[in-house]
Design a protein. Structure first.
Lengths: 381, 291
């Protein structure tokens, strides 16, 4: 058998093009794949389980409703080991798979910061739950936040403490990671703008085993109200217990971690009577109630914000891809930014040009271990 | 004054935890000349055993405590046979790597068996503590300090006044000579691993009501305990206790008077200072190289 020069050229061209053709065919496979970076090991592994359950409930709902672009949606997970290097590695593994069209990042701001450069290079939408305001203000067009950022939480904590509780001398305790530092600063700024005094602004390193010096500093500061930004539940549990043991009984308004299910279990009565700003509060809207019911049916426990934002993220991605009628990253990005009035578990999503979907917080109270919704405070900007 | 006394109590309390784990480091180092990097995981496993028996099964606390310690004794023996014994004739490096591997195995096995959620373990006492002149004395920390003091006395009696203790000391000082004198070196090393696992387990059970039970709890304590061991003098029982207490007090006062976020930094700054200026630690003896 002999080959003409034309046949050999065609064969060579086909051979060269084949990998790209196969990749493209694979990318347009039987399912629409979404990558999810989450903690399976490390201190936040428990939170990771909540996140995955929330995402899977949304996935199930999306697929039952016809899927995305006529195909079933699928989640591909990677363990971030609750560390920044782990998050970067996990995202890299997912990003190397060309058939993954979008991602769910981390609820921890510090990990999103760590992944940000790779996200920029990958150039595909990443939904995330970290609340450091900077994350949507650093010229990275691929980051979309499914929780309200800390510029809102700081303002809500300050407004509630000053106007509702009537307290003006504050102690602020915050983690020194990206989330805690940004949150502490947002609260201090909001208090400054309201004319309140910050008697103590105290950072701490994550995974501290003892908060005695912090609690004694609060006592010595003479503060009449405490605001906090804790990253890890076990830190909050130890702090809350020592706070009560050492006799600090001033009103306490915390960031969302204070109403986290795990934190409440660990701290027990030490957190009774405290207030929290909560992006997820089951009684705050019809969407929140529906998610709470669905989560309880699957997990047999109450959900928290670790589960609610991935639930919303999957729904928003599905909605955006269906609206864009493609999985092309740029088109999906435009479709996400165009979403207005989407009733999610976390509240009503109205994406702004920065990629922030939510613009307000709920105030809730820990009534002997039960979270009671107080009110929702929404901001225009 | 209340402020200083409160810090002192808390520093001694957390220092006593480091000291308990450091003791396990020292005993194994003396017997085998290697550092057991799974010592912290012994604490974690014992705490989870307590959760299984006392919380999940609802068995009496004292019974769960005894079973957990029994489990730790078995783990110590298995650890010796599986991690140390096959490598006993190799240099220290493979053994250390083996203990690191075992540490990861224990952590991940516990994660697989019990899941990632942190657990709450109640302490021995119903009352959280006592207020004495404006200083809150946490009942669990009081227990930890009491147990540490009791162990110091027990260790002194055991190693100085019992035949078994002297055999263990002889083994740690010179294995060949001990063997020539009819001491079963492998048995002594087995006893050392069992005792170290018991000490690590005891520390984990005692500290669990304060720090909660989690997969990471062992690593956090072990890092500080390792630093305490170096400060006290590697291989010295009294040094481990003093090193642990010193570390707890330094980091607590450093946090209160200098900076909370850099609390861990003070502990490791002291560690570096010791490594540079007194590498043999507080109680260690300078070892001269023979020509």
């Amino acid at each position: 058998m002999t080959f003409t020069r034309r046949q050999i050229s065609a064969g060579l061209a086909a051979g060269i093009a084949m990998p790209a053709i196969l990749r493209s065919a694979h990318a347009q496979g039987a399912t629409i794949k979404v990558g999810m970076v989450l903690p399976v090991t490390g201190p936040a592994a428990e939170a990771g389980r909540y996140a995955l359950t929330g995402a899977k409930i949304a996935l199930d709902q999306v697929n039952k409703a016809g899927g995305v672009l006529g195909k079933q949606m699928e989640i591909v997970t990677e363990d971030d080991q609750t560390t920044n290097p782990g998050a970067v590695l996990a995202f890299s593994k997912l990003a190397s798979q060309p058939d993954i069209v979008a991602f769910l990042g981390s609820i921890r701001s510090t990990q999103n910061h760590a992944m940000a450069q790779d996200i920029l290079k990958t150039a595909k939408p990443v939904m995330f739950g970290g609340t450091d305001p900077k994350l949507t203000h650093m010229d990275n067009p691929w980051l979309f936040r499914c929780r309200p950022n800390d510029s809102y939480s700081g303002r809500v904590i300050a407004e509630f403490g000053i106007k509702t509780l009537g307290k003006k001398k504050w102690a602020i305790v915050h983690s020194t990671d990206a989330f805690g530092t940004a949150g502490g600063k947002a609260l201090a700024d909001a208090l400054g703008a309201s004319g309140a005094t910050v008697a103590l602004d105290q950072g701490y390193a994550n995974q501290s085993q003892d908060f005695t010096p912090v609690v004694l500093a609060i006592k010595q500061s003479g503060a009449d109200i405490l605001g906090s930004y804790f990253t890890f539940e076990n830190d909050l549990g130890i702090f809350a217990r020592q706070l009560r043991q050492l006799g600090v009984t001033i009103p306490y308004v915390g960031s969302p971690s204070i109403v986290n299910v795990t934190a409440m279990k660990l701290a027990g009565p030490a957190l009774y009577g405290t207030y929290g700003v909560a992006d997820y509060a089951e009684d705050s809207s019809e969407g929140s109630k529906a998610f709470g019911k669905a989560y309880r049916e699957v997990a047999k426990v109450a959900p928290d914000n670790q589960a609610s934002w991935p639930f919303d993220a999957i729904h928003i991605l599905a909605k955006a891809m269906n609206a864009a009628k493609t999985t092309d990253a740029k088109a999906v990005r435009e479709a996400i930014l165009a979403i207005k009035g989407h009733a999610g578990a976390e509240g009503e999503y109205n994406f702004d040009a920065n990629g922030d979907g939510l613009h307000g917080y709920n105030i809730v109270k820990n009534e002997k271990g039960s979270i009671v919704f107080d009110k929702h405070i929404e901001f225009k900007s | 004054m209340d402020f200083v006394l409160q810090l002192l109590f808390q520093g001694v309390g957390i220092g006593a935890v480091y000291a308990l784990v450091a003791l396990g480091f020292v005993l194994i180092f003396r017997a085998t000349n290697v550092v057991n990097f799974a010592q912290g995981e012994f604490s974690m496993v014992a705490a989870y055993l307590m959760v299984v028996f006392a919380v999940d099964l609802g068995w009496p606390y004292w019974l769960s405590f005894l079973i957990a310690l029994g489990g730790m004794a078995v783990l110590g023996a298995v650890f010796n046979l599986g991690v140390y014994y096959p490598l006993r004739h190799r240099t220290y490096l493979p053994v250390i790597i083996s203990t690191i591997g075992a540490s990861i195995l224990l952590a991940n096995s516990t994660l697989a068996l019990y899941g990632p959620q942190p657990q709450v373990l109640q302490g021995w006492f119903d009352t959280p503590g006592f207020d004495v002149g404006g200083v809150f004395l946490d009942s669990q920390y009081l227990l930890i300090i009491g147990v540490t003091i009791a162990l110091v006395i027990f260790n002194y009696w055991f190693f100085e006044h019992t035949l078994l203790g002297k055999k263990l000391q002889a083994t740690s000082q010179d294995k060949e000579m001990a063997s020539l004198l009819g001491i079963s070196v492998s048995t002594m090393i087995m006893i050392t691993f069992v005792y170290s696992a018991l000490l690590g387990g005891l520390a984990g059970i005692l500290v669990a009501p304060i720090l909660f039970v989690s997969i990471q709890m062992g690593g956090t304590i072990a890092l500080k305990a390792f630093a305490a061991t170096i400060i006290g003098g590697f291989g010295d029982v009294a040094g481990a206790i003093i090193g642990g207490l010193a570390l707890g007090i330094i980091e607590t006062f450093g946090a209160a008077y200098v900076s909370v976020p850099y609390k861990d930094g003070f502990a490791f700054l002291v560690l570096v200072a010791f490594l540079v200026f007194r590498p043999q630690g507080i109680f260690g003896e300078r070892v001269a190289e023979k020509a």
